[in-house]
Design a protein around this ligand. Structure first.
Ligand code: GAP
Length: 515
């Protein structure tokens, strides 16, 4: 099945099974804004809990905060967002559609890469075990031609984005003959900058002086609280402050479901360290964050680092952790060495000294910062994409199963009375009442047992417990495993022991405790 079709199926599965709904659905939705349903919110909360605990439980020198969404407007002047948080936009005069110029060019680069990948795959199939990929890439004329086109385009694009040079971006689009996917024409307007921040007014008057912004990142809430936390927590360098919260960006080209939203959620951590130690910490956080992802067991090959070639003017290193989505490797998380830029800017704009007194060196200085920043929604999407599976069964039927990492599953255990009578629902409820204190346990009594198994598979419940007539006699139940569909008879009193460890966030944390 084409990857595009798989993605469409995932989007409709999310709606059908209460994971994600379009916002204001009965009014036909609001573009690039989504609501999480009863199962989606549980999965999202589990992701957040896993991240939060990996920060504050595994690191005694990391604490959390919860800063507000509205901040003093000067914060965004100091951070550079008012002047430079822009996307280069271009319109097609025929379709009247608006695009990000950088995305159009990146897609074109991707097309050359795809052509190369296709040639390589074709040759690999033809030559089998004897295939020498490196040699093929070095010598095949079609690969070499596309590689040159890709590299030349990439070099021009990187240079044009440095300024950014808007005329150069447009020229690239014209030279490459990039057409609007809707109108099919190259009738493009000039490229212009568009600021991504949403603004509103505080108080009764709509005066320009009352203009405030909805935060486009949570990070600034951490920077402006650096002194508060450092002093009240008596924190010593190196230390980190983390936060989970909503962020807002007026994304022009909002696409790919919850991948690019106008209202989304970030999990960010700013790690403050001595100047000169930032690269050590940058490497540490790269390793730690990758281990966090890999502990979920979604395939180590599905992750890769993508180092930024074009660094923001304040950064001295930056990389993305990308995940293999159905629409290619895409950024899920950014790790940035932000130098002392943000704290210095806030010192300049606030007129307050934003420094750290180092008792060992007996001096004041501005700490350097390494940031880890991951989007909750993108993480949610990567988990959904990886877990969604359509399986043909031996009996000729099929099932859709969400093979979610067990600790992230919305419901960990479903207790199902075989029939909705004869004392079985009461026994099932008794089992739920014991297990519910330890993990999310639901009872479901309606429909045939087969249908109930399918429903639980579709929401990713790792364990189903079936209560039948024998349960009343010998206090045993049938335990069914989601992925293997294996069933075994176990005593009721063993259920907690079998399930609890596998579904706990702690089991994940133990895998990433790499210090
Ligand atoms: N404080 C740094 C920062 O905000 P970013 O690369 O702009 O860096 C970090 O964003 C992460 O936030 C991204 O890796 C992505 O997961 C998430 N993110 C950014 N824009 C998003 C959007 N429009 N919709 C969903 N997630 C987004």
């Amino acid at each position: 099945m084409a990857q595009e079709d798989v993605f469409k199926k995932i989007v409709s599965h999310c709606k059908e099974y209460g994971f994600v709904f379009p916002s204001s659905d009965i009014y036909d939705g609001l573009a690039a804004v989504y609501d999480y349903g009863q199962n989606g919110v549980e999965l999202k909360n589990n992701i957040k809990q896993y991240w939060w605990q990996s920060m504050v439980l595994l690191h005694s020198n990391i604490v959390g905060i919860d800063a507000s969404i509205f901040m003093h407007p000067t914060v965004w002047k100091a951070s550079g967002h008012v002047d430079a948080f822009n996307d280069p936009l271009i319109d097609n005069r025929d379709s009247k559609k608006r695009y990000r110029a950088d995305n159009l060019i990146e897609d074109q680069i991707g097309k050359y890469e795809e052509k190369i990948a296709k040639e390589v795959a074709k040759a690999a199939k033809k030559f089998g075990d004897a295939f020498d990929e490196a040699k093929f890439r070095e010598t095949n004329p079609r690969v070499l031609e596309n590689q040159k086109k890709r590299d030349d385009l990439h070099a021009r694009y990187t240079e044009a984005m440095q300024g950014p040079d808007l005329e150069a971006l447009k020229q690239i689009i014209l030279d490459e003959g990039i057409v609007d996917p809707i109108s099919g024409t190259t009738n493009w307007t000039d490229v212009r900058q568009f600021n991504l921040m949403f603004s509103t007014e505080v108080g009764a008057s709509a005066d320009a002086t009352n203009k405030i912004y909805l935060r486009p990142e949570t990070a600034q809430g951490i920077f402006v609280n650096f002194l508060n936390v450092q002093k009240t927590g008596r924190m010593k360098l190196p230390f980190g402050i983390c936060q989970i919260g909503k962020a807002f960006r007026n994304e022009i080209v909002a696409r790919q479901f919850v991948f690019r939203m106008r209202e989304f959620e970030q999990m960010e951590m700013q790690f403050f360290c001595q100047p000169g130690t930032e690269m050590t910490w940058f490497d540490y956080w790269k390793k730690h964050r990758l281990a966090w992802h890999e502990a979920l067991g979604m395939g180590d090959d599905n992750y890769r680092f993508h180092d930024h070639e074009k660094l923001a003017h304040y950064a001295n290193a930056a990389t993305d952790i990308e995940f293999h989505m159905p629409f290619g490797f895409k950024e899920v998380e950014g790790i940035h060495s932000r130098t002392n830029y943000d704290l210095s800017q806030h010192e300049k704009y606030s007129g307050r000294q934003v420094k750290y007194f180092d008792p060992e060196r007996n001096e004041n200085y501005t700490p350097f910062v390494v940031e880890t920043s991951i989007g909750v929604d993108r993480m949610f999407l990567s988990v959904m994409c990886h877990s969604y599976t359509e399986e043909a069964l031996e009996n000729g039927s099929s099932r859709v199963v969400l093979k979610l990492p067990e600790p992230l599953a919305p419901v960990k255990c479903a207790v199902l009375p075989l029939v909705n009578k004869d004392g079985l629902p009461e026994k099932a409820q008794e089992i739920v009442n014991n297990l519910k204190f330890h993990f999310n346990t639901h009872m479901e009594a309606k429909d045939s047992i087969g249908k109930r198994y399918r429903r639980q598979d579709a929401i990713g419940t790792p364990f189903c417990v079936t209560v039948d007539g024998d349960t009343l006699k010998d206090n045993t139940v049938t335990l069914r495993y989601r992925d293997s569909m294996k069933q075994e008879r176990v005593p009721v009193e063993k259920l907690r022991e079998i399930i609890e460890d596998r579904v706990s966030i702690t089991s994940l944390l133990k895998k990433i405790d790499i210090d």
